[in-house]
Design a protein around this ligand. Structure first.
Ligand SMILES: Cc1cc2nc3c(=O)[nH]c(=O)nc-3n(C[C@H](O)[C@H](O)[C@H](O)COP(=O)(O)OP(=O)(O)OC[C@H]3O[C@@H](n4cnc5c(N)ncnc54)[C@H](O)[C@@H]3O)c2cc1C
Length: 458
């Protein structure tokens, strides 16, 4: 048994963990980064990157199918799933090589193997003890299921869905949140008959109500079936398919059932509680400086309650490194974290929904403006529908931006600056947005809210 001492010992090499490692090394701290699988974690290998690559292939399929509408003679002859997967894996492999090279170029000791907390400042891996002046817990999350719903055979999660080397003919998706609607979008574009089952009253229930409604309209138009406000009761599998029964007695058959009911924190069995870490329903509880109940032990990423997003993990990792180095970084405002759903159409949002803004500030103290993409030249060229919705505090800054339409995810950069810098509509209205871009829609919405609409009615 060997003992190794570092300034920072990090458990988990995903978005949260490797960001903490890179920033710690930049700040001159000695770092051990412990990973049992591959650096990059869920996001790079089983999440953000592979799904977005599939969504791009899906977009190519849609464009080809609709080519005649743009005067181009082309026929979609089929989807070669092994070739799609090869394209996707090429991207993941290149990014993985890049990340491994980046981490390798810094003074970071990467330790391969499963780690377990064996003291308030120690992690043991394969019998070796890694002791840090500080620890960072970043062990990520797993795909949840429902009680009694076993993941096996034709009942799969996003992990197995990403391994499929064929396009299923018919799929039921349990869960109309981000992962559910993204897979629905991919499969529909590839020609699958898709039905989403969502227990809450709308698809994408965490978004502004008008976005959820527009998403349902868009999915209806695309021929994606969905049932909302109904609960799943059970599933039966046979050699050829699944039959899903809802609590209201309705039954649906399909080739596969994708379970996309959220992600749970991956914290069991790693010695956290035994070493004094306060855990609630599996999540590691931290203060706003991301410190756990044990001084000098921090947590980042999906194990910390809140939005389970890679860029939140990156920011938390950077924050923790700077906190350890004594730089006293500003705390991360969860409300300022941008969210994008990469389906067709895309959804992008930051800040308060209208309902939440009204609850906090009072409906009379906020103003709302919705700019329809029907008036935006580039959106017409691309053939997309949707809107940009702004919420401002009266005589105050923009406190929420919600967008839906093809490619609106690319607008989130400006949207998050506006909300996080607490810009007034009048200030944004004086900034020039290039024509013709979809980004102009954001400019037009601010012009309108500032009382001087250009390509919009007052
Ligand atoms: C299908 C899907 C699509 C997604 N798409 C997006 C998206 O488009 N944008 C976005 O922002 N987010 C997306 N996410 C979410 C994103 O992947 C996560 O928020 C992010 O990966 C969380 O980072 P993390 O560091 O907390 O955990 P992870 O990335 O899960 O990393 C944790 C790491 O810790 C390792 N580990 C765990 N326990 C141990 C142990 N005891 N010892 C050693 N190593 C251990 C694991 O092997 C893993 O590599 C998606 C997720 C999924 C599943």
């Amino acid at each position: 048994m060997a003992e190794h001492n570092f300034d920072v010992v990090i458990l988990g090499g995903g978005s949260g963990g490797y960001a903490a490692a890179l920033r710690s090394a930049q700040l001159g701290l000695s770092v051990a980064l412990i990973e049992r699988d591959k650096l990059g974690g869920t996001c790079l290998h089983r999440g953000c990157i592979p799904t977005k690559a599939l969504l791009h292939s899906a977009e190519v399929a849609d464009v080809t199918r609709d080519a005649a509408a743009y005067g181009i003679n082309a026929t979609l002859q089929g989807v070669d799933m092994p070739a799609v997967n090869k394209y996707r894996d090429g991207i993941v492999d290149r990014l993985f090589k890049g990340l491994t090279g980046l981490v390798g170029s810094k003074a970071i000791t990467v330790v391969s193997g499963e780690g377990r907390m064996t003291g308030q400042k120690s992690i043991t891996v394969n019998g070796d003890v890694y002791t840090g002046k500080n620890l960072v817990l970043a062990t990520g999350s797993y795909s949840k299921t429902l009680p009694g719903l076993e993941i096996a055979g034709r009942v799969i999660t996003s992990e197995q869905a990403l391994q499929l080397d064929f396009v299923p003919s018919k799929v039921i998706i349990l869960g109309g949140g981000v992962i559910g609607v993204e897979f629905a979008s991919i499969w529909k574009s590839f020609g699958t008959d898709v039905t989403i089952i969502e227990g809450l009253p709308t698809l994408v229930p965490n978004e502004d109500a008008s976005v959820s409604k527009a998403m349902e309209r868009a999915y209806r138009k695309r021929g994606i079936n969905f049932k909302t406000g109904v609960r799943f009761q059970g599933v039966q599998q046979s050699a050829t398919g699944v039959v899903v029964t809802l609590e209201n007695g309705e039954q649906f058959d399909a080739e596969l059932l994708l379970v996309a009911v959220g992600r749970g924190p991956n914290t069991a069995g790693f010695g956290y509680e035994e070493n004094g870490i306060n855990i609630d329903r599996g999540y590691v509880i931290t203060n706003d400086r991301l410190q756990t109940s044990v001084p000098g032990v921090f947590a980042a990423g999906d194990i910390v309650p809140g939005l389970q997003l890679a860029h939140r993990g990156f920011q938390q990792g950077i924050f923790i490194a700077e906190e350890i180095a004594g730089l006293k970084p500003a705390t991360i405002d969860e409300l300022g974290i941008p969210k994008v759903t990469y389906s067709e159409p895309e959804i992008a949002s930051v800040g308060l929904t209208e309902a939440k803004a009204a609850e906090i500030h009072g409906q009379d103290n906020i103003s709302v403006y919705e700019y329809n993409l029907g008036g935006n030249g580039k959106s017409q060229i691309l053939g997309t529908a949707g809107f940009v919705k702004l919420i401002r505090k009266n005589n105050g800054p923009i406190i929420g931006i919600h967008m839906i339409g093809s490619r609106v995810g690319e607008q989130i950069g400006e949207a998050q600056l506006i909300v996080n810098w607490e810009a007034f509509p009048e200030e944004v209205a004086s900034l020039v947005h290039a024509h013709p871009t979809m980004n102009e829609a954001l400019g037009e919405a601010h012009l309108a809210l500032a009382g001087k609409p250009l390509h919009a009615h007052a």
